[in-house]
Design a protein around this ligand. Sequence first.
Ligand SMILES: [Cu+2]
Length: 195
Amino acid sequence: MARFALLALLVFALGFVPGKGLAGEPFVPSWIKNDPAAKTVAMEIVSDWNQVERYRRDNIRTDIIDFNGYWGGNLTIMVPTGWTVKIDFINGSSSFRHSLMVTRVYAQSEMPVKLTPEDAIWEAFTNPPEGIKTNERRQLNFVAKQAGNYFLACARQTHLMDGHWIGFEIQNGIDRAVAIVHDDKFPLEQPPGRP
Ligand SMILES: [Cu+2]
């Protein structure tokens, strides 16, 4: 009986911890470069990084618009509090304008139809907010002043509602910027994001 109770406890502890989502291990992708001495992280974020690969695989256009192959919060970037963030933003789309903006967290039901410059945290957004053209690039620099959860989102038309956002978390107590893929939000049939 005691053995059974112990087993039940073990099963509970391993498999049914409330709030434990499916997430991979934190990793430093090739497009994140940490400089701990300067408390600075540089990252390159490409819009529609996977558009061509998706099209090649299925020969149909998908509704997915992405940042480095991630969308709808299936990746979270974590940055230490107080660090300077330097994002090299490139529009890799072959057809659409895109932008990049730091915003608060939105539930799907409360997302605005369109983000405006007033929605930008620390005025961090690429200009013009309606998006840069195909193959254009912008540098977006800001200080990760306040610990908490944010979005990196696209302010183009309805792109936020359409899933053109990833998670952005500013954390105390971490010593470098990392990323986590949320496998439960990443359909297996989709090509993987940028490593
Ligand atoms: Cu977009």
